[in-house]
Design a protein around this ligand. Structure first.
Ligand SMILES: CC(C)(COP(=O)(O)OP(=O)(O)OC[C@H]1O[C@@H](n2cnc3c(N)ncnc32)[C@H](O)[C@@H]1OP(=O)(O)O)[C@@H](O)C(=O)NCCC(=O)NCCS
Length: 162
């Protein structure tokens, strides 16, 4: 029997793939507009070389051909833990579910690799990210005071059982 296609709401809306060195300029551009203190090219390049680090990109086909980068996530898998370091969506593409989908993919990859826990830190004032993480199932478990030394802002530590 022919396999039925999944209903539209279950189909991935964006294409997700691992970042390669050639993607650096596009990723840096989103990093620059998304954060007050963006990561440097060197830092991102270093992540690409670590075995334990993964950078996933969410892309979309353009009508005239080619692809556009919508957002990305950086995570580490160490032992049984997925640690999310960074997630960002191009400001022009927000509230389309890009971060939700790329985070779902991150958590799925963690589960596939036998992880039992996902962790992250988020600025106390970052309402968009806090909402996103809570919606995904993360729960706040603590505070690291003055974690972001630049502004002396606290970090909320969040965890999720996988
Ligand atoms: C946080 C961020 C990654 C969200 O990206 P996004 O692709 O727009 O998020 P999604 O469309 O997948 O949103 C999923 C859910 O997150 C929550 N959310 C996202 N943006 C929000 C906002 N501005 N205000 C309130 N809740 C928000 C909502 O619950 C949303 O679901 P809904 O749209 O059905 O209400 C994006 O705002 C961003 O890049 N911010 C700057 C970088 C940053 O702060 N990253 C987090 C570092 S810890």
């Amino acid at each position: 029997m022919r396999k039925l296609a999944p209903p539209p709401e279950e189909r991935p809306r964006f294409e997700i793939r691992r970042m390669v060195a050639e993607d650096l300029p596009a990723v840096l551009e989103i990093e620059r507009v998304a954060f007050r203190h963006p990561w440097s090219p060197e830092l991102l390049r270093r992540e690409l070389s670590h075995d334990w680090s993964t950078i996933l990109l969410a892309e979309e086909q353009l009508e005239g051909g080619g692809r556009s980068l919508l957002g990305f996530v950086i995570f580490w898998i160490v032992h049984d833990e997925v640690h999310i370091l960074n997630v960002a969506t191009d400001p022009a593409q927000r509230r389309r579910g890009v971060a939700r989908e790329i985070m779902h993919e991150t958590l799925a990859r963690g589960r596939e690799r036998g992880c039992t826990l996902a962790t992250l830190e988020v600025r106390r004032s970052n309402e968009a990210a806090l909402n996103l993480y809570k919606e995904l199932g993360f729960r706040p478990v603590g505070v690291r005071p003055n974690y972001y030394v630049d502004e002396g802002e606290d970090a909320i530590v969040m965890v999720m059982d996988l």
